[in-house]
Design a protein around this ligand. Structure first.
Ligand SMILES: Cc1cc2nc3c(=O)[nH]c(=O)nc-3n(C[C@H](O)[C@H](O)[C@H](O)COP(=O)(O)OP(=O)(O)OC[C@H]3O[C@@H](n4cnc5c(N)ncnc54)[C@H](O)[C@@H]3O)c2cc1C
Ligand code: FES
Length: 331
């Protein structure tokens, strides 16, 4: 069974009645529905319901303020159609999925600890792992309310291998379920690919990748793609608290690390540990490269304060054009 969703003054598309959200139904239909996080945190998928019936999945989702809710705004990633509907939203071609999204039955093939509280998860699907480097997948961790987003850290491949770097968040329901409720061999639905912070190879600029904490996952994928693409120089900054928290050495093969300019930056490494590398917050290390907006594309992922600091540096101070900035805020 399907519902017809008409956008006022725009396209009409069908969503399956059992689709988990209006947003994912719209993207699966190829619509250019605006979004970023896909999980209720950012507010980019706001729309208004003009007619029809919809259910709100997570009424307290932080992507909407109380005022917006009172004014009738809704989040497409937290809405489920219950009938044919007419909605008001401004769609754009830049949001059309560059790779068709689909749901896979995935099997957890292996989990490998790579740092304290951090592991690389390898899922396998029958169909090829079709995505662009830098994109993410949606999972419904077992026994947890609502979906969670995790970014692929490998490259697309015909063998159906999907790798993710996942951090166990203290008190976090979804991340802990990924570690504790899933055993090797277990199946889980993997819905992908999503996200707009994917690698753009078609220009002469070098790239700067910045990963904070588990944000290293998607930028490893982008940096790998740059290496594979050849000719594109990549500078990879990894921000971590201490030397023991770094993931880069466990994720890259030695020859990849040698080909990349890899710069680990530690914020809480003890002063007397003998560490000779960079110290401080990772965006401060990026600053030392010097403003050369025309020279680089920037890819970054990680916790909100790191993303805000990077945006302040790139947009406010270096005046880097919007089209050269690609990021995911791990909300
Ligand atoms: C685009 C993107 C990519 C990401 N990639 C990675 C990655 O590669 N590796 C990684 O470790 N982390 C990643 N994250 C963060 C990850 O999705 C989780 O936010 C993180 O693991 C903490 O989740 P938690 O469930 O443990 O914590 P919780 O505090 O329980 O939940 C955190 C988030 O889950 C969602 N949520 C909570 N409750 C509900 C509910 N009732 N209904 C619906 N949604 C709810 C909200 O978005 C909330 O901010 C990414 C986040 C985003 C947005
Ligand atoms: S995409 Fe819906 S709130 Fe971020």
């Amino acid at each position: 069974m399907k519902y017809k969703i008409a956008i006022e003054g725009g396209d009409t598309f069908d969503v399956a009645a059992d689709e988990d959200s209006l947003l994912r139904g719209a993207l699966r239909a190829g619509a250019g529905f605006p979004y970023e996080c896909g999980v209720g945190g950012c507010g980019s998928c706001r729309f208004e319901l003009t007619s029809g019936d919809m259910r709100t999945l997570w009424p307290e989702a932080p992507g909407l303020s109380e005022r917006e809710r009172k004014r009738g705004r809704r989040l497409a990633c937290q809405s489920q159609a219950l009938s044919d509907c007419v909605i008001r939203v401004r769609c754009a071609d830049e949001y059309r999925p560059p790779v068709a999204t689909r749901r896979h039955e995935a099997r957890l093939a292996r989990r490998r600890e790579i740092a304290p509280g951090m592991a690389e998860f390898l899922f396998e699907t029958e169909a090829p792992a079709d995505f662009l480097p830098g994109q993410y997948a949606i999972f419904h961790p077992p026994g947890v309310e609502g979906p969670r987003a995790f970014s692929m850290s490998n490259l697309p491949n015909a063998q159906g291998e999907w790798r993710f770097v996942i951090r166990r968040v203290s008190g976090g329901a979804g991340s802990n379920a990924m570690f504790d409720a899933l055993r090797e061999g277990d199946a889980l639905m993997l819905d992908a690919p999503y996200g707009g912070a994917f690698f753009r190879p078609d220009n002469d600029r070098e790239i700067i990748c910045v990963g904070g904490g588990s944000g290293i996952g998607p930028v490893v994928s982008v940096a790998r793609a740059a290496l594979k693409h050849g000719g594109k120089k990549a500078l990879l900054f990894e921000g971590a608290r201490t030397r023991g928290d770094l993931c880069g050495p466990a994720l890259f093969k030695a020859e990849e690390l040698a080909a990349l300019s890899y710069a680990p930056v530690l914020s809480s490494e003890p002063a007397d540990s003998g560490w000779n590398g960079a110290r401080g917050f990772v965006h401060q290390a990026v600053e030392t490269v010097g403003a050369a907006p025309e020279k680089y594309d920037f890819y970054f992922a990680g916790p909100p304060p790191m993303i805000d600091a990077m945006q302040d540096l790139l947009v406010m101070r270096w005046k880097v054009p919007h089209a050269q900035i690609h990021y995911d805020k791990f909300l």
